[in-house]
Design a protein around this ligand. Structure first.
Ligand SMILES: Nc1ncnc2c1ncn2[C@@H]1O[C@H](COP(=O)(O)O)[C@@H](OP(=O)(O)O)[C@H]1O
Ligand SMILES: CCc1ccc(OS(=O)(=O)O)cc1
Length: 285
C-alpha cells in the first residue's frame, strides 16, 4: 500500500478490502453461463443498476432489497468480502465489478455470462466521485475539486483511467451476451431502459411487478433504504456521520461544478482520447 491506494499492475485500487494478493487470485475466478455481471467505472450509477437487477429477479417484490445489503446481493468479485460470498454461492449469481478489462478474470471471455456495462457522462462521474471520496475512507481524499479533476484526467483515481476503462469494456459491445446501458437513458426513461434490460436477460414482468420495481429503485426510495444507501457502512467505509451513497441522482450536475476552463479542457481531452469510437455510443456528448 502506498500513496493512498493499493496499487496492482499499475492501477490504483481502494484501500479498504482490496489486496494485491486477492486481486491476483481473483483473476482465476470462474464465471458460469448463468451469472449476470454488472461492470462499471465507480460512480456510474452501479448501485442503481444492481437494485434494478435485484428487483427484476424478485419480480418487483422488495423483500430482498429491503433485507439484504446491496453488496451481498451482487457482490464485487474484486474485493475480499465480495469474493468470499461469491465463491460458495450456488445457482445464478449477480456479480459486480469495477475492474478494467485487461485485469479481469479471463473465464469471462469463454463463458456465456450476461455482461451489462454501465456508462455515464464522465464529467458527472468525476463530480460524483469527488463528493463521495471526501466523505469516505476508501481512497486518497482529494483536497479540492480542482485537484481531483487533475487526478481523474491522469487516471490517478480508484480503478484508473475512465477513458481506458470505457475503451476496454466497450470493445465487447456487439457480442450477444453484452449489453451497454447508460445512466442517462435510465434517467430519461427508466421504464424503457428496464424493459431493455429484461429483454436482454430473457425476463418478463407483469405490469404491477414493473410498477413496483420502478417505485423501489427510485432515487427517493433507495435513499431511504438502509440496505442500499450505504449508511450501514458509516464508521467503516463512510466517515461522515450523515454520509450516504445517494447524493443528487441527476444528469448534468457537472455544469454546477466545472469552471469554463475545466469544461473546455475536458471536451478537448475527451475528443482526443475517444476520437476513434462512434460518438453515438456516448448519449451525453
Ligand atoms: N435510484 C437512483 N436514481 C438516480 N441516481 C442514483 C440512484 N441510485 C444511485 N444513484 C446515483 O449514482 C451515483 C453513485 O454511483 P455508484 O453506484 O456507481 O457508486 C450517485 O450519483 P450522484 O453522486 O451524482 O448523485 C448516486 O446518487
Ligand atoms: C462494500 C461494497 C463496495 C463498496 C464500494 C465499492 O467501490 S466504489 O465505491 O463503487 O468505488 C465497491 C464495493
Amino acid at each position: 500500500m502506498s500513496d493512498g491506494y493499493v496499487w496492482f499492475e499499475g492501477i490504483p485500487f481502494p484501500l479498504v478490502d482490496y489486496t494485491p494478493e486477492h486481486l491476483r487470485a481473483m483473476q482465476n475466478f470462474v464465471f458460469k453461463d448463468e451469472d449476470v455481471l454488472t461492470v462499471s467505472f465507480p460512480k456510474s450509477g452501479t448501485n442503481w443498476l444492481i437494485e434494478i437487477l435485484c428487483l427484476i429477479y424478485s419480480k418487483g417484490d422488495p423483500t430482498w432489497v429491503q433485507s439484504v445489503p446491496i453488496w451481498e446481493r451482487s457482490p464485487w468479485v474484486e474485493n475480499t468480502r465480495g469474493y468470499q460470498i461469491l465463491k460458495d454461492k450456488e445457482g445464478p449469481r449477480l456479480i459486480t465489478s469495477h475492474v478494467p478489462i485487461h485485469l479481469f478474470p479471463k473465464s469471462i471471455f469463454k463463458s456465456k455470462t450476461k455482461v451489462i456495462y454501465l456508462i455515464r457522462n464522465p464529467r458527472d462521474i468525476l463530480v460524483s466521485g469527488y463528493f463521495f471520496w471526501i466523505i469516505s475512507r476508501f481512497v486518497k481524499r482529494p483536497e479540492s475539486l480542482e485537484q481531483y479533476f487533475e487526478w481523474f484526467i491522469q487516471g490517478h483515481v480508484a480503478f484508473g483511467s475512465w477513458f481506458d476503462h470505457t475503451r476496454g469494456w466497450m470493445s465487447m459491445r456487439g457480442q450477444e451476451n453484452v449489453l451497454i446501458v447508460s445512466y442517462e437513458e435510465l434517467k430519461q426513461d427508466t421504464r424503457s431502459a428496464v424493459l431493455k434490460i429484461c429483454h436482454f436477460l430473457g425476463k418478463t414482468l407483469e405490469p404491477e411487478e414493473l410498477s413496483s420495481l420502478l417505485t423501489h429503485s427510485s432515487f427517493q426510495v433507495m435513499k431511504e433504504n438502509k440496505m442500499s444507501n450505504y449508511t450501514l457502512l458509516r464508521g467503516w467505509l463512510i466517515e461522515d456521520k450523515n454520509g450516504s451513497l445517494m447524493r443528487k441522482g441527476i444528469s448534468g450536475d457537472w455544469k454546477n461544478h466545472f469552471t469554463v476552463a475545466q469544461a473546455e479542457a475536458f471536451d478537448r481531452i475527451f475528443r482526443e482520447k475517444m476520437a476513434d469510437l462512434p460518438p453515438e455510443l456516448f448519449p451525453w456528448e
